[in-house]
Write a protein that binds this ligand. Structure first.
Ligand code: GRF
Length: 207
């Protein structure tokens, strides 16, 4: 059984989608840990309600370096024997301390069609604003592996939505979020079934 950790800083609607998917048996994995850098986040509350082990380490005011913080998080994941980390609105740039041991075992969901509209500063409403300003006809969401470049890791799955002429960043975000809730559990399913291979830095989905 693949042991999964979900990292979230905020409300955690993707976290909820993953919990729901687990509950209906979509993937052969177990959410064994919910982690947050924000102790008062909705994610912590959800985890506690669902009786999933939930741990927060406040990043605000943390006395050590980013690397020391990540080393602490890594120790936590290793102590729980976590096989897969899912970032679900985890608003913190990770250091290699955490990225390297979980290379191709850590996923992120991004509210846009990478490689466009990604990179540092391109998160949340910034993505949707940029898509609308660029007059794109399509947007969507991307699940990708986390590597050292921000939003630059191999793409696992994408889902598209049409951009309407009267879309605001809020209306677009709402439709993109629905796609996120579909493709993230699906990516986890593929991972748990051992169907994701990375060859030459690209994802191959096996049949
Ligand atoms: C999502 O839009 C996701 O793409 C981004 O952060 C947001 C998290 O939303 N990485 P939620 O907390 O899962 O509702």
């Amino acid at each position: 059984m693949i042991k999964i950790a979900i990292f979230a800083s905020g409300g955690g609607s993707n976290l909820q989608a993953l919990i729901d998917a687990q509950d209906v048996g979509l993937f052969k994995g177990k959410i064994a840990l919910i982690f947050s850098n924000v102790p008062e986040s909705g994610a912590m509350e959800k985890g506690e309600n669902e009786r999933i082990e939930s741990v927060a380490i406040a990043s605000k005011g943390y006395p050590g370096s980013r690397e020391e913080y990540d080393a602490e998080v890594l120790r936590l994941c290793e102590s729980k024997k976590i096989d897969l980390v899912c970032l679900a609105g985890y608003m913190r740039i990770l250091t290699p301390v955490l990225i390297k041991p979980y290379l191709y075992k850590m996923m992120n969901i991004h509210p846009g069609l990478l490689p466009m509209f990604g990179g540092e500063g391109m998160y949340g409403h910034h993505v949707h604003e940029a898509v609308i300003t660029a007059k794109e006809n399509e947007s969507g969401a991307t699940v990708h592996f986390v590597t050292e470049g921000v939003d630059a890791g191999p793409i696992i799955l994408q889902g598209n939505v049409k951009v309407q002429s009267n879309d605001t960043p809020e209306t677009l975000a709402e439709r993109v979020l629905k796609v996120e809730h579909q493709i993230y559990p699906e990516a986890v399913r593929l991972f748990c079934e051992g169907k994701i291979k990375v060859v030459d830095g690209r994802v191959r989905i096996l049949n």
